[in-house]
Design a protein around this ligand. Structure first.
Ligand SMILES: *[C@@H]1O[C@H](CO)[C@@H](O)[C@H](O)[C@H]1NC(C)=O
Ligand SMILES: *[C@@H]1O[C@H](CO)[C@@H](O)[C@H](O)[C@H]1NC(C)=O
Ligand SMILES: *[C@@H]1O[C@H](CO)[C@@H](O)[C@H](O)[C@H]1NC(C)=O
Ligand SMILES: *[C@@H]1O[C@H](CO)[C@@H](O)[C@H](O)[C@H]1NC(C)=O
Ligand SMILES: *[C@@H]1O[C@H](CO)[C@@H](O)[C@H](O)[C@H]1NC(C)=O
Ligand SMILES: *[C@@H]1O[C@H](CO)[C@@H](O)[C@H](O)[C@H]1NC(C)=O
Ligand SMILES: *[C@@H]1O[C@H](CO)[C@@H](O)[C@H](O)[C@H]1NC(C)=O
Ligand SMILES: *[C@@H]1O[C@H](CO)[C@@H](O)[C@H](O)[C@H]1NC(C)=O
Length: 908
């Protein structure tokens, strides 16, 4: 495929391969060429530059001033080498980056991981290879290079002192990307340097999620001097190789700056590159300028096609009658419409569809009959198309298996992507490869791998795993109950370890109901649930299991009978007074002892949160249901009554947008509530991005969450008898489950009030949270459902703006005042959360903002009811659904086919 450094300029240029590669290897003495005159250098943010094989820490490249790192921390494979002394030439200019290499003699695949990327963004990745007999074997290797799980190209080292350049531009789907060197049985892979540069996503429209561009050649025509133009002249650090040949072309140049063409599609070719060009020689009768090079195509992995981009700009002020107009033919392609370069403005020409790569590429520019001047060309790029359609393993699985790899210091061939490409799958793993979607890890066999320490919690993050064999290692500690959560797990072998504690209830249950084959023999310190410790007589295990099954089944059967009896008796009594959803039996069935809570929470191991009442813990019921256990602390200022209020209230109230109670505990001094688990935490954290992996919520998601919370509150206000005021509506009390469905929580402060008799209730003290209190409540301790509406209005403003309730600028300002202040100017963008990146319908946004302002009216009478709020939000959500297609408005150029092979990039 791309063979920049090796492309030979046999005809018509005079440059030879060795002089070309020399350019790449020399760096000193070129300082003058690369200055940006009188301007600040562009940002280096996101640049990664690695001097492979270098141990001495970082330094600054003397010419570009780009910081260069050693490769420590980017790879855990291979070894560092100094190049052999005879190749330390040409002295003293050989760039430091070529003095050392990293070689990979004992791995099939050695990888570098480039971190901290923005998923879905475009990057340029460049690697240099200069062999220099670093290993003293004098054996020139051939090996493959991969970008993530996609083949990039074959690297064929043909001379020890030549430098091979590999460069690709691609969309990187994840937060990091691996560059892997693969041994194909033709010598040891090695690398001299590796770098990554962020590109703007609007550059190179041909680069998308499924295809990248491998560089074949990039030239600055008419470029004076011998040194390439790169950073800081080129903010993306592309390398523009100078090219001139007095036998073939006349160099022309200007000192004037060459502008970008105005338009959405920026080309960003540095002015310094565009300021020089070639045209036909003086006195030449020919109306054609031809640019042609030989390339070495990758015969091992032929690419689907090639793409050329030619850049032109007029550099001369034309005399009155002069016309410069020409047709362009790229390779064997069709003739394009005639083109007239614009004075000091860059235009680019690209073929829309990749064409067959030729072993000699050839641009032929011929003046039209009307033209009085010969054609001109300032720069060009030539690329081979590389497929990046293969996708890496599921990202959660990768995190998990990387955690496991690190914890147990696994060596083997655990490098690169765990499942892809199939041929490099990690030893001991089995993966599933769906037709669409990413590969998943389905089994792990780490039997007899000398693993020590406890069982990594990362195993429970492998959500598709079916079989886990950890037998005959030196694992210690207890068996994590979370393993019971793995929905597909059918085989778990823990035989022959040093595990202690008891078998977690969740696993035991799955083993008993036949959904899991569980082996745990030869763990001398393991106890079963009845705490009769297991001794080395391993046969007994099965009997224990039977003993446990029988009592549990018996208890269940008896329990069911009792419930049935009670129900029958109740029905006969005509228990008609039960209001909607009220079910005390339900509550009694879910009363836990403190001891049970200890089991459920694995002795209160994982804390989910902290509140005024005490601590919330993560737990699992025997049937594997994940729950949150809220345990009242001894020092809690919430009194027992308040606590029980919440328990009683919750058992009576069932709505899909209210957090439901699984059970409660009143065991001596211990009071606890057991709720359904809401895995995505609370809305406040989601909006503020507490969790740094969080993708910001989209406008649609925010609207859904707002609507669902409103429906939950509406239910409290309207459908409960007697009705309730929540009294503590706030974003931290809106919880989200794994589907980001919202449920309102924390009813501890809820008070019933009677619609008929009272319009409000007076409360003894202010309860609730600063920033959310309705003015009348804070002032006069008068409370009615409209106080909740006020608080909900504040929530709505937080949802829109992503701001906290109290903003700290020069002085603290409440979100309601802040929003009113900024909206008075009519500019909604000032308040809307920038993290939504403008992705919303403005009219619709105004509707929701209006609604939020109505909810936060000073006078409670002016505020809408929750029913009203819910129906308006519903309406807004429906509107938003209709406008989903507005994104694709301005991506016309590259998707539009043109009958000619080439066309002008648009000026929009
Ligand atoms: C490379 O050379 C440097 C000094 O020139 C030396 O300190 C270092 O140990 C050498 N590294 C290897 C891997 O031989
Ligand atoms: C590597 O390059 C040499 C010399 O150009 C050529 O003969 C050989 O076929 C190439 N090998 C591969 C695998 O491309
Ligand atoms: C990328 O571009 C190619 C060529 O235009 C096209 O066939 C392919 O569908 C595009 N892929 C995506 C994900 O847009
Ligand atoms: C070519 O002609 C231009 C004017 O047409 C002149 O300025 C330039 O010096 C000539 N160049 C050479 C190499 O003769
Ligand atoms: C380049 O292309 C032109 C037009 O297709 C053709 O006439 C010319 O012979 C080609 N030159 C080379 C070196 O292939
Ligand atoms: C060339 O000039 C003639 C007369 O001015 C005009 O009709 C024709 O369209 C021109 N051709 C091109 C290709 O611009
Ligand atoms: C795991 O590998 C060991 C030895 O490599 C083998 O004996 C055992 O059967 C494997 N386990 C599973 C579940 O395939
Ligand atoms: C289990 O083993 C771990 C470490 O090996 C130890 O810290 C812990 O106290 C043991 N637990 C029990 C219940 O024996």
């Amino acid at each position: 495929s791309s063979m920049c450094a090796r492309s030979r300029m046999s005809q018509p240029s005079m440059a030879t391969q060795s002089s070309l590669t020399l350019l790449l290897s020399l760096t000193a003495a070129a300082v003058g060429v690369l200055q940006v005159h009188g301007q600040r250098a562009p940002s280096l943010e996101g640049f990664i530059t690695i001097d492979c094989g270098q141990e001495q820490g970082s330094y600054t490249d003397p010419i570009t001033k780009i910081p260069v790192s050693s490769d420590a921390g980017f790879t855990d494979a291979g070894y560092n080498y100094n190049i052999s002394a005879e190749y330390m030439k040409p002295q003293p200019q050989l760039a430091k980056t070529y003095h050392t290499v990293r070689g990979f003699p004992d791995t099939a695949r050695g990888c570098y991981t480039l971190p901290s990327l923005v998923p879905g963004s475009k990057y340029l990745i460049r690697a240099f290879f200069r062999y220099s007999n670093y290993d003293g074997l004098n054996k020139l290797p051939i090996f493959d290079l991969y970008l993530g799980v996609n083949l990039w190209r074959t690297v064929n080292i043909t001379r020890a002192e030549w430098t091979v350049l590999a460069e690709v531009m691609a969309v990187i789907p994840d937060e990091s990307v691996q560059v892997c060197l693969v041994n194909i049985g033709s010598g040891t892979p090695f690398i001299s340097s590796l770098s990554l540069r962020p590109l703007e996503n609007t550059l190179y429209q041909q680069v998308n999620a499924t295809q990248g561009l491998g560089l074949v050649d990039r030239r600055n025509m008419g470029g004076a001097g011998t040194y390439p133009i790169r950073y800081p002249d080129d903010p993306y650090d592309r390398t523009w190789m100078p090219q001139s040949n007095p036998n073939l072309w006349l160099d022309i140049s200007t000192k004037e700056k060459v502008q970008e063409s105005v338009g959405n599609l920026r080309l960003h070719v540095p002015s310094a590159v565009m300021q020089t060009a070639v045209t036909a020689l003086n006195g030449s009768k020919s109306k054609t300028v031809e640019v042609s090079w030989e390339t070495e195509l990758d015969h091992v992995h032929p690419t689907p096609g090639c793409i050329a981009i030619l850049y032109t700009s007029e550099l001369q002020i034309l005399a009155g009658n002069d016309v410069r107009q020409f047709n362009i033919i790229v390779d064997d392609g069709p003739t394009d419409l005639p083109h007239m370069p614009e004075y000091l403005v860059t235009h680019g020409f690209a073929n829309v569809e990749p064409h067959k790569c030729l072993s000699r590429y050839n641009f032929s520019m011929t003046a039209t009959a009307n033209s009085t001047l010969p054609p001109i060309i300032n720069a060009f790029e030539y690329f081979s198309v590389i497929s990046t359609a293969n996708v890496g393993t599921d990202i959660q699985d990768v995190f998990a298996i990387d955690g496991i790899k690190t914890k147990y210091r696994v060596k083997r061939n655990w490098m690169g992507d765990p499942c892809a490409p199939k041929t490099f799958k990690w030893d001991g793993l089995t993966c599933s490869y769906a037709i669409s979607g990413r590969p998943r890890i389905t089994s792990i066999n780490m039997s007899s791998n000398g693993l020590s320490g406890d069982i990594s919690s990362h195993f429970s993050d492998l959500k598709d795993i079916q079989s886990l064999d950890l037998s005959y290692n030196k694992l210690t500690g207890s068996i994590p109950n979370v393993l019971a959560q793995l929905p597909s797990l059918v085989f778990l072998d823990l035989t022959g370890n040093q595990l202690n504690g008891s078998i977690p209830s969740g696993l035991l249950k799955r083993s008993q109901d036949g959904t899991l084959t569980l082996r745990y023999n030869k763990n001398p310190n393991l106890c079963n649930r009845n705490s009769s410790c297991q001794h080395t007589k391993t046969k007994k295990n099965y009997k224990h299991a039977v003993y446990i099954v029988v009592p549990i089944v018996a208890v269940a059967v008896i329990g069911a009978l009792v419930v049935l009896l009670i129900l029958i008796v109740r029905k006969k009594k005509g228990a008609t007074r039960r209001s909607k959803g009220q079910d005390h039996q339900h509550l009694d069935n879910h009363r836990f002892t403190y001891k049970e809570l200890q089991t459920i929470t694995d002795n209160f191991k994982i804390v989910l949160g902290q509140g005024g009442f005490g601590t919330v813990y993560d737990g699992f019921l025997q049937d594997g249901t994940q729950v949150a256990v809220k345990l009242r602390s001894q020092s809690s200022n919430q009194d027992v009554r308040e606590f029980l209020t919440e328990a009683q209230t919750l058992t009576k109230i069932h709505h899909k947008n209210l957090v439901s109670l699984v059970g409660y505990c009143k065991d001596g001094m211990y009071l606890a509530l057991v709720y359904e688990h809401m895995s995505e935490g609370n809305l406040e954290d989601k909006l503020r991005g507490r969790d740094h992996n969080d993708v910001p919520l989209t406008w649609r998601q925010r609207l859904c969450i707002a609507l669902q919370s409103a429906q939950g509150l509406e239910y409290l206000h309207k459908s409960c008898s007697p009705p309730f005021v929540h009294r503590d509506v706030k974003t931290s009390n809106i919880l989200l489950n794994k589907n980001l469905e919202a449920k309102v929580a924390d009813f501890g402060l809820m008070k019933a009030f009677n619609h008929e008799d009272d319009t409000h209730i007076s409360t003894a003290r202010v309860i609730g949270t600063r920033g959310y209190l309705a003015p009348e409540y804070a002032r006069a301790l008068q409370l009615n459902e409209k106080s909740d509406v006020y608080s909900f209005g504040v929530v709505l403003l937080e949802v829109i703006t992503g701001q906290p309730t109290i903003l700290q600028s020069t002085e603290a300002i409440h979100i309601v005042q802040w929003a009113r202040l900024h909206l008075s100017g009519g500019n909604i963008e000032e308040v809307v959360d920038a993290r939504m990146q403008g992705d919303y319908n403005v009219n619709n946004m105004w509707k929701v903002v209006d609604l939020a302002l109505k909810c936060t009216e000073h006078d409670p009478v002016q505020r809408p009811t929750m029913t009203n709020v819910a129906s308006q939000l519903q309406y807004c959500l429906e509107l938003e659904g209709e406008n989903n297609t507005r994104h694709n408005a301005n991506t016309t150029f590259y998707t539009m086919k043109d009958s000619s092979g080439i066309r002008d990039l648009p000026m929009m």
